[in-house]
Design a protein around this ligand. Structure first.
Ligand code: SF4
Length: 411
């Protein structure tokens, strides 16, 4: 990371906390503009004695033309460009690995932070849709995750830290730029059509950074995405769902995975704190009471299909009861086993029969297509070959080995 002596007055109090924050008196790291929302950028320009409207211009260069060199920002005076060059940088997280699948799926592993840093993954999944080609980017919000859902490989890493806004929006920037690298600046356009905050981490436990990043996604001076095409997926942090309603209008998905508290306590342990009745009530409050323009007309229910665990006919019946008063669409996700996973994937027939029960009861119920298998990009494999960084992963392996040993000794 480049560091030089600049006037500390250049750093706005509104600036998001990031690795770019000042580290010593009179010696500051250049300010990374990538993760700044428009109000933050406007404040920054005022703080350096420039007009606020420069914020919109610079945002367009960064997020619509994927320019990182101030010299290329041709509608900005040479003097200001020089000033920005001294004070700022536009820096996405470092890509340490990228892999593009034959089916169009793309995966990146980013290093975030200083030194060896930590690794996070981002996956882009293309799909034909009646409205045209969709490119959906699954974005991470934390390094690891504290919630330890029992079917999730990310949870096995434990929690390391929250991502900063520039690290979150940087994933979207890199994915878009991957289609634009060889395109002349004037002809560049955004390629990612949809975003789901469904990668590593629980986004509602990194609330401020995620909110700020989603605001950049929706901003017409940045990605200008439709609010219906930005989805936040949560395992059920109830108070933050209520907060989200007040702060932004985006689509909501719930990682449900179990239709009763007993099973959900086991699969999604945060359920012990916010049981299903509270979660469903929060979802009902999330649904907009006004206007058709809102993205909050229904909630998407994510349900991973675990062989013999949550895929019995009575589970489907429990789902019908649980969701009967909640406008919702259900997405069944065939489980992708990872090394030492304690579960297997439900059979195709089992998944189809589960879907039929829900569809017959009037729910829109889809089955997620597994994609990117040749690059370990499917859901649940996000950590892939990333090194285990906590002792919890080791403990987990030991526990599985012990269980295997007991099963072997029992014949
Ligand atoms: S499923 Fe989501 S909330 Fe649960 S451990 Fe994995 S990343 Fe965390």
């Amino acid at each position: 990371m480049s560091t030089e002596v600049v006037a500390t007055a250049a750093i706005s109090a509104e600036q998001p906390q990031s690795p770019s924050a000042p580290t010593q008196q009179n010696t500051v790291t250049k300010v990374n503009l990538l993760g700044m929302s428009r109000p933050q950028l406007e404040q920054f320009f005022e703080d350096i004695g420039e007009k606020k409207f420069r914020a919109g211009q610079v945002m367009k260069w960064i997020h619509q033309f994927f320019v990182t060199d101030f010299a290329e920002m041709t509608n900005i005076s040479g003097k200001l460009r020089e000033k920005l060059e001294k004070l700022c940088e536009i820096k996405a997280p470092e890509v340490v690995h990228k892999n593009y699948s034959k089916d169009g799926t793309r995966k990146w592993v980013f290093r975030v932070g200083e030194g060896d840093g930590s690794l996070v993954e981002t996956v882009l999944i293309p799909a034909e849709h009646r409205s045209g080609l969709r490119r959906t980017l699954c974005i991470s919000s934390q390094v690891g995750c504290a919630l330890d859902c029992s079917f999730c490989s990310t949870g096995k890493q434990g929690f390391q830290r929250d991502l900063t806004p520039d690290e979150i929006i940087g994933q979207l920037w890199v994915a878009n730029y991957s289609y634009m690298e060889d395109v002349p600046v004037a002809d560049r356009e955004r390629s990612v059509t949809n975003v789901v905050m469904m990668g590593m981490g629980e986004p509602l436990l990194n609330y401020d950074a995620v909110l700020s990043s989603m605001r950049i996604m929706l901003d017409d001076f940045a990605y200008g995405m439709s609010k219906r095409r930005v989805t936040l997926s949560t395992s059920g942090v109830v108070p933050k769902i209520d907060q989200l309603v007040k702060d932004i209008d985006v689509a909501l998905a719930i990682s449900l995975h179990a239709p009763n508290d007993e099973l959900r306590n086991e699969l999604v342990p945060i359920n012990k704190k916010y049981p299903l009745a509270q979660l469903i009530a929060a979802c009902q409050r999330y649904i907009a009471k006004d206007g058709n323009e809102s993205s909050r007309k229904h909630v998407t229910i994510e349900y991973v299909m675990l062989d013999g665990v949550n895929d019995h006919p009575e589970h489907a019946q429990q789902m019908i009861k649980l969701l009967k008063n909640l406008p919702s669409k259900i997405n069944l996700i065939p489980f992708n086993p990872f090394p030492h996973a304690p579960y297997g994937r439900s059979s195709r027939n089992r998944i189809l029969s589960f879907q039929k029960t829900l569809s017959d009861a009037g729910f829109v119920c889809t089955i997620r297509q597994t994609r990117g298998d040749d690059i370990d990009a499917a859901c649940g494999q996000l950590v892939g070959q990333v090194a285990d960084r906590t002792r919890r992963a080791e403990q987990w392996k030991k526990k599985v080995a012990q269980q295997n040993e007991i099963m072997r000794s029992q014949g």
